[in-house]
Design a protein around this ligand. Structure first.
Ligand code: ATP
Ligand code: MG
Length: 458
């Protein structure tokens, strides 16, 4: 009996090992790092942020280990500009704070130090280690709730990292690279590969699924089959992630120059529906789908041209399809359209906030843009009101949003958008003339409605 039990347990372990740890991953963990001396790699201090170099040297000169890791190394090796620089050290967060005048410890789930150098923020994290036998980390149902188990060595830290290409370290003490998980090879082949057992690593932190597709989109890489395989089945684990953290991730997915590709990847792996279920259910409609593709493509283009990007505009577009589905197609007699819109906005945002927490300042802008849609497409366009609307602080955003709707195929507002374009591009005299002409078929309908309304109300 015991023999059979042991045999079964052995087989279970053996099969689990075989199915969930492909050879490439087995080889990638628990081995000594490949050491790449300075003369054998292209990463140069000159291409790093001077602030990051200063922080690295200060830690090093104070007797601590100091290494650059993550995007700072990965993107420099790919010859693109890193978004930020992440440093790891064996100094504890408190020791880091004691070393720098301008330093703040942030985070609860994952404590790290923000060191301010001029206008830059450099993130300094203490080496992480395994959670075994340590109560500074909390794991619940396989998910890491708190990840503040500190280690002493880079070796331990490397295994806690997510992808092989994010686990290459640049050691400031000798300017060498340490590659723990065949990251250089994956970097060369353009592959995103999780370190360790993919299912377990996604269960530990479901946000890694979003990170995986983000790096595929950002770097134009492909995902290793074993890294991609569990995502569709595990996508719903994102429901356990705090909505505020998911907002941060959505910003990284959609506001950093690869939004169109991010959406494609998110839809491919059933991740979009987890974050924007109300929008997802509208995507069968081609106008809705085009509106979202258009806004993401515009955002990417603006990013590439170094133009400002307004998160509120993007979110207003992402949620416009479900919002407009809540509104009556035609104004209802005796019903205040603005009130209906406010109610719909409140209902929609309350539902959406459960998934992705949109901060107040962004929600206020979204509301302004949506409200302007009503005001810009009023059936009867009064002269005084139109001139006043031009001075509205969000007029431009509202008008651009109207144009976006037209471009996406919303024919009902095309004539209104054309009128506003004419109005804005006219001089004072021709602007006045525009009011003496009939505006649009909707305008005529509207004015008739208006005329009959008081009678009905009597
Ligand atoms: P970018 O800054 O361009 O978004 P990055 O790889 O630097 O990419 P960060 O969020 O800055 O990403 O994180 C820095 C590093 O910390 C990552 O490269 C990775 O090694 C590690 N890391 C970040 N988030 C996780 C996570 N959820 N699980 C495991 N390791 C992570
Ligand atoms: Mg980074």
């Amino acid at each position: 009996m015991t023999f059979i039990k042991n045999l079964l347990s052995y087989l279970k372990k053996f099969l689990h090992f075989q199915t969930s740890l492909p050879l490439s991953v087995q080889q990638s963990i628990n081995k000594k790092p490949v050491y790449i001396p300075r003369e054998k790699h292209i990463l140069s201090r000159k291409n790093l942020s001077p602030a990051a170099v200063r922080v690295l040297y200060k830690l090093h000169k104070s007797g601590y280990k100091a290494l650059l890791v993550g995007g700072g190394v990965r993107d420099s090796l790919l010859k693109c500009t890193p978004k930020d620089f992440d440093i790891v050290t064996n100094a504890s967060p408190e020791q880091v704070r004691a070393l720098f005048n301008r330093c703040r410890l942030i985070g609860r789930r994952f404590v790290l130090a923000h060191v301010y150098v001029n206008k830059e923020i450099i993130e300094v994290a203490t080496f992480r280690a395994s959670h075994k036998n340590n109560n500074n980390g909390i794991v619940q149902d396989g998910r890491i709730i708190r990840d503040n188990v500190y280690g002493k060595t880079v070796d331990e830290d490397a295994l806690r990292r997510d992808f092989t290409v994010n686990s290459i370290y640049y050691d400031i003490s000798n300017l060498s690279l340490l590659d723990y998980a065949n990251g250089m090879e994956d970097l060369k082949n353009g592959v995103i590969r999780l370190i360790g057992d993919p299912s377990l690593r996604y269960q530990e932190d479901p946000v890694r699924m979003l990170r995986a597709i983000r790096f595929v989109a950002k770097l134009d890489f492909t995902m290793a089959p074993e890294t991609a395989a569990p995502i569709k089945d595990l996508a719903n684990l994102l429901k356990n992630i705090p909505a505020a953290r998911l907002f941060e991730e959505v910003q990284k997915l959609f506001l950093t120059g690869h939004a169109v590709k991010s959406l494609q990847q998110m839809r491919k792996y059933n991740l979009f529906v987890q974050l924007f279920p109300l929008t997802d259910s509208c995507l069968h409609n081609s106008t809705a789908a085009t509106l979202i593709e258009e806004v993401l493509a515009n955002t990417d283009a603006r990013q590439q041209n170094n133009e400002s990007i307004t998160a509120g505009f993007l979110f207003a577009a992402l949620l416009w399809p479900p919002l407009s589905n809540l509104l009556p197609k035609e104004p209802v007699k005796g019903v205040n359209q603005q009130e209906v819109l406010f109610e719909a906005i409140e209902y929609l945002l309350k539902k959406q906030q459960k998934y992705v927490a949109i901060p107040k300042r962004i929600a206020v802008l979204m509301q302004d843009i949506w409200l302007l849609q009503l005001r810009l497409t009023r059936p009867r366009r009064g002269k005084k009101k139109s001139f006043k609307l031009l001075e509205h602080p969000r007029f431009r955003a509202g008008y651009d949003f109207l144009l976006l709707r037209v471009k996406a195929g919303d024919k009902e507002v095309a004539s209104e958008a054309a009128w506003w374009t004419k109005f804005m591009n006219s001089n004072a005299r021709t602007r006045n003339e525009l009011f003496s002409q009939a505006i649009s078929p909707t305008a005529k309908k509207g004015s008739q409605r208006r005329r009959t309304q008081p009678k009905d109300e009597e």
